[in-house]
Design a protein around this ligand. Structure first.
Ligand SMILES: Nc1ncnc2c1ncn2[C@@H]1O[C@H](COP(=O)(O)OP(=O)(O)O)[C@@H](O)[C@H]1O
Ligand SMILES: N[C@@H](CC(=O)OP(=O)(O)O)C(=O)O
Length: 242
């Protein structure tokens, strides 16, 4: 089994999602089963992105529970869309949300911790080769939706990789892999083929890190192999191995 995480850019539109579906097909061939974790579609300005949903009403800023439910709509919609497009491509899949995913979130709204119950997820998956999971959120024992902080779909992927003892967590980004610096800021940035967790963490204290720092720290503690790569290209990407 492999966990494949598709970020907001990777699922932005149907052309981008065709690349994601190709990665999922390859994932099935190479690893047997794929759990696809998705983020909300696009970035600020795109209608269903997290930023756009949080701007639907300024009142959301004052209401953390309602704000988390509004934000969760982005990942839920994205998972529904990818699941439907996989089915249209002839790939049977299970949409794993709410109690079906086995993911629980406890703690403050907007900054909750995540846990995964692998037995519950596997029972919902049945004999399907692909499960589609909305990242970034979970449900508490009280039945309330809580999100885990910006960039949190990365954390969902790593938590699932550990709980399911997956071969790796693969992240599909709008860059070819991890580079010596953010290529958007430094045109001379160079690709890094492989690195350790301790080399990765210092690169993540920037406004837009290549992977969420909380997720990278969790992966380091849990010794989850990470593979960061381009959603649209066929570059080798960057491996972070225990
Ligand atoms: N060292 C780095 N190497 C590569 N990308 C980096 C680095 N530091 C910051 N970034 C930024 O990380 C972003 C992560 O990719 P993105 O596709 O936005 O992720 P996601 O959609 O999964 O959150 C890139 O667009 C890039 O600007
Ligand atoms: N959609 C959430 C969670 C996330 O991880 O998104 P992305 O993978 O697009 O950074 C956010 O924007 O924070």
């Amino acid at each position: 089994m492999i966990i494949q995480k598709f970020g907001g850019i990777a699922v932005r539109d149907s052309a981008a999602r065709k690349h994601c579906i190709r990665h999922i097909i390859r994932g099935i061939q190479e690893h047997g089963r794929v759990i696809a974790v998705v983020s909300a579609m696009g970035r600020a300005g795109d209608p269903h992105s997290t930023d756009s949903l949080l701007c639907v009403s300024s009142a959301l800023k004052e209401t953390p529970h309602a704000s988390d439910v509004a934000a969760a709509c982005g990942e839920l919609l994205s998972s529904a869309v990818l699941s439907a497009e996989l089915a249209a491509a002839g790939i049977r899949n299970e949409l794993l949300y709410g109690t079906r995913s086995g993911i629980t979130s406890e703690g403050p709204f907007g900054a909750a911790g995540l846990r995964a119950d692998p037995h519950r997820l596997l029972a919902s998956l049945g004999d399907a080769s692909v499960g589609v999971v909305p990242g970034f959120l979970g449900m508490g024992a009280d039945g309330l939706i809580r999100t885990t902080g910006r960039g949190g779909s990365d954390l969902t992927a790593v938590v699932l990789a550990k709980a399911l003892d997956a071969d790796a967590a693969e992240f599909f980004k709008d860059v070819p892999g991890i580079m010596t610096a953010d290529p958007g800021q430094d045109p001379d940035a160079e690709m890094i083929g492989s690195m350790s967790y301790s080399e990765l963490v210092p690169l993540l204290s920037v406004r837009r890190p290549v992977i969420q720092k909380k997720a990278a720290l969790y992966a380091a503690r849990a010794q989850v192999p990470l593979h960061i790569r381009s959603y649209s290209g066929c570059d080798q990407g960057t491996w972070i191995l225990p």
